[in-house]
Design a protein around this ligand. Structure first.
Ligand code: BGC
Ligand code: NOJ
Length: 815
């Protein structure tokens, strides 16, 4: 039996998760910054910062998969009469009298107390600013005057996070710093091609510093016992090559009851070519000093922090639900929406599982992420759509990823993932429905970023749609290409070489018959959206053409995509069934059940309900719905990476949370509210938090990508937290399909699908220039169906609230 020790709890009023034991089962992290400057911070202050791109502009160094784990971060060391400690417990691990870490909306506060001294650090990135603020408050709660020796610590990364960990013959000679006043500048490589440097400052005179790592730490010590701190004596070292760091040394005297603030800033600057130096080799510090001056007092920092809080108050005031169920409300009102912001910003690039090196912004990932974010800041979603579409090829194919810094398609991975184009329709339609802004369709957008190739965005949607119908296989189903949503179902890969990556292996699709039922369902859903959009803008011929193609696809699925009890998953290279009762292993997969039920293919013939029942029967388990069943027990070279994973992990029968909502939405569209809710609650972090903190391991306030499935050694263990399309899909599921408030071109459609026990709830929804207060009651305990609806006291027919600016009261009776 697993015990469920708790390491923390939600504080909903503060919108914080409060960690009360530093020894969490895995580092529990948070993200600072939401535009250009970002930091990852764990509950013991581990982590790192970067500007825009976690690979090319890594500011501080981090060693992944370290021993002990999560070693390295921004650390404050206090030497108090020979006792050395940190407010976040690590790295010294000196037992504290009190420890607390509060992860909030883009800020983290860590408090440690030891022998009558409290050290509290607030970490955040001010809005529109390229720096991380660290406000350290030291307070003397004892009766004596105390003399403390304070050391700050950051370790610089030499910008490119990949070469930083590889190219030591060069790296150990490049590091350069400047120290002026209380500011330490990291100007490595600045003289050559780089126009950027970083700095670490404090708003008080210092009594010493260090910039050379080995001198500060000592060659044979770890971060837990830096020589300088142990001895209580900085070395005033000046780094030349090796590993530059930044450490300030400050002697602090505190009277009984006295408290003092220190404002540290970790910042990044870019200078114009002709503004780089003020004297030979002396960098131009103007911009750094200007930023430092903006945050050099407690008042200024507190004001910036208030701005950040106001910003989140506004964002989280757009959709607010009150169901009376705290566990649901806190996810909908706080954490799910917050995670959507983070996935929008990061895609899959930088977390404690994603090293920030391997992957930029995914074409399909970003289109899905923006759907969870578009209600928050639609203008940013708009720009994202244009950036993504700009990496598309004229035939509708796409680069699978692009680098956030350059916004260029990533040649290392290339294209050929045949689901990718559909997602552009998915993202764009969501944006227009939220905003009513059809002008985005006229926006000139290039292909492959080539100037001169611009066409209206609508044309990109058309080529996206066409890409599917131009690439049909022998059953008139979509050819899968390199892979569909499941990056690991590599049906055209055929790799026998353990040294090649499944993701980058040449696509051997020549003569392939590999077709995807997942893309088929996705195409019907997004194709229907495309048709609807074309009709809206009066393109009826195009809509008619698209109608035929979509209907043909549905027919093809019913003819050759149905296995009797569920939808097939695919056909392989040779045209053999995948995800069929005829298969030896992996007889059923989740993706096609999700997409074909969402598409409603064969609803009248009973296919939808049978498919959903089969999911319950074969794929559902205690912790969620697994991806396939039975798991693969051996490598099948014509299937690729999926069969390389041990049973129950990742794409081989893990609970890949991202796709659970597809089934849940399928359930809601079938009107099966109890089933939908049961699936939803299993992967809802707040429910998991209550039941399985120890087992689950990863952060209990956000969804993770993968939870070990029923075939795994440890079912229920979570991995790959934070950066997952699950965030956006959980948001869509609960906000639009369970609670049922759905943006449409004309207004809000009210169409909840509830567990039959649900009695009433209310939602405040800001939508364009309107605000709706919607009260929904369910006197008869139905799952679906609206009996009556009133807007501002007037009954209306149907369940659409036509959009009108202003503030409105809506009452809805289900039945
Ligand atoms: C992972 C997938 C991921 C792919 C591309 C695979 O190893 O299992 O989840 O999409 O790599 O990075
Ligand atoms: C993670 C990738 O980011 C995503 O694009 C993919 O769909 C899933 N893994 C499933 O393979």
């Amino acid at each position: 039996m697993t015990t469920n020790k708790k390491y923390g709890h939600f504080d909903d009023a503060a919108r914080e998760y409060v960690i009360t034991d530093p020894k969490t089962p895995w580092p529990w992290i948070n993200y600072l910054g939401n535009e250009d400057f970002f930091s990852l911070i764990s509950n013991t202050a581990g982590g790192y910062s970067f500007y825009k791109d976690a690979k090319f502009r890594r500011i501080t160094r981090y060693r992944y998969n370290n021993v002990p784990m999560d070693n390295g971060g921004r650390y404050f060391y206090i030497n108090d009469g020979g006792i050395m400690w940190n407010p976040g417990w690590k790295p010294c691990k000196t037992p504290l009298d009190f420890y607390e870490c509060r992860h909030g909306m883009n800020y983290t506060r860590i408090i440690g107390r030891k022998n009558g001294i409290e050290a509290s650090v607030l970490f955040f990135v001010p809005l529109k600013t390229w720096c991380e603020v660290q406000k350290l408050t030291l307070r003397n709660d004892s009766q004596e005057v105390r003399q403390l020796k304070l050391f700050s610590f950051e370790e610089w990364c030499l910008w490119n996070a990949a070469t930083d960990m590889e190219n030591f013959q060069r790296n150990f000679s490049t590091g350069e710093v400047e120290i002026e006043g209380s500011v330490i500048y990291h100007k490595t490589e600045y003289r050559e091609r780089r126009n950027h440097y970083a700095y670490y400052s404090v708003n008080t005179p210092i009594d010493g510093f260090d910039t050379d790592r080995e001198t500060f730490v000592g060659l044979y010590n770890g971060f837990d016992q830096p020589d300088a701190v142990l001895e209580g004596r900085p070395r005033n070292s000046h780094a030349h090559g090796w590993s530059p760091i930044a450490s300030h040394y400050i002697e602090v005297e505190l009277q009984p009851g006295e408290s003092r603030d220190f404002i540290f800033l970790l910042g990044y600057v870019e200078n114009e070519q002709d503004q780089k130096f003020i004297a030979p080799k002396v960098i131009n510090k103007e911009k750094a000093l200007a930023t430092i001056a903006r945050f050099d007092t407690t008042e200024k920092v507190d004001a910036a922090f208030d701005e950040l809080k106001d910003y989140w108050d506004r964002l989280l005031d757009i959709y607010v639900v009150d169901t009376g169920n705290d566990k649901l409300d806190r996810m909908v009102n706080i954490w799910n929406q917050y995670q959507c912001m983070i996935t929008f910003c990061m895609s899959r690039s930088a977390s404690f599982f994603e090293s920030g090196i391997g992957r930029g912004m995914g074409f399909r990932d970003s289109n899905q992420d923006l759907v969870g974010f578009v209600h928050q800041i639609p203008e940013r979603a708009r720009q994202r759509i244009i950036d993504i579409a700009s990496t598309q090829f004229p035939d509708g194919g796409c680069y699978h990823q692009y680098q956030p810094l350059t916004k260029r398609g990533n040649n290392d991975i290339g294209g050929g993932f045949n689901d990718d184009p559909c997602w552009l329709i998915f993202g764009t339609v969501a944006y227009i429905k939220e905003t009513g802004d059809f002008t985005i369709l006229d926006e000139p957008v290039p292909f492959d970023n080539q100037p001169g190739s611009e066409v209206p965005l609508l044309e990109h949607l058309r080529v996206s749609f066409n890409h599917v119908i131009n690439n049909l296989g022998p059953h008139q189903l979509p050819l899968i290409g390199r892979a569909d949503w499941n990056d690991c179902l590599n049906l055209n890969c055929f790799s026998w070489d353990p040294n090649e990556s499944f993701q980058t292996t040449e696509n051997k699709s020549e003569g392939s018959k590999a077709e995807s039922l997942m893309i088929a369902g996705l195409f019907v859903v997004t194709g229907n959206e495309y048709i609807d959009l074309c009709r809206r803008i009066g393109h009826h011929e195009e809509a008619d053409r698209a109608r035929q193609a979509v209907d043909a696809m549905s027919a093809a699925v019913m003819k050759d995509g149905w296995d009797g009890e569920w939808y097939l998953r695919a056909y392989d290279f040779f045209g053999r069934k995948i995800g069929s009762k005829e298969c030896e292993e992996a007889k059923i997969f989740i993706e096609s059940q999700g997409w074909c039920t969402m598409a409603g293919i064969g609803r009248e013939q009973g296919m939808v309900n049978r498919s959903l029942d089969s999911v319950k029967k074969y794929l559902e388990c205690e912790h969620g719905i697994v991806l396939n069943n039975p798991a693969f027990t051996k490598y099948i070279y014509e299937y690729g990476e999926i069969s390389s994973y041990p049973e129950g992990y990742k794409e081989n029968a893990g609970i890949f949370c991202h796709n659970n909502p597809w089934v849940i939405i399928g359930e809601t569209l079938a009107g099966r509210g109890d089933d939908a809710w049961a699936h939803y609650a299993k992967i809802l972090p707040s429910y998991v938090e209550e039941k399985y903190q120890t087992l689950h391991k990863v952060e209990p306030y956000v969804n993770c990508q993968m939870v070990a499935g029923k075939d795994a050694a440890k079912p229920g263990e979570g991995k790959n937290s934070w950066l997952t399309g699950t965030a956006a899909w959980m948001w869509l599921t609960v906000s639009q399909y369970i609670l049922g408030i759905k943006p449409t071109y004309d207004g809000l459609l009210i169409d909840p699908c509830l567990p039959s026990t649900a009695q009433e709830y209310s939602v405040k929804r800001k939508f364009r220039d309107a605000e709706y207060r919607i009260r929904i009651t369910n006197p008869k305990g139905v799952s679906k169906g609206i009996l009556s609806m009133q807007v501002d006291g007037c009954s209306i027919d149907g369940n659409l609230i036509p959009y009108a600016p202003g503030s409105h009261e809506v009452t809805v009776v289900m039945g």
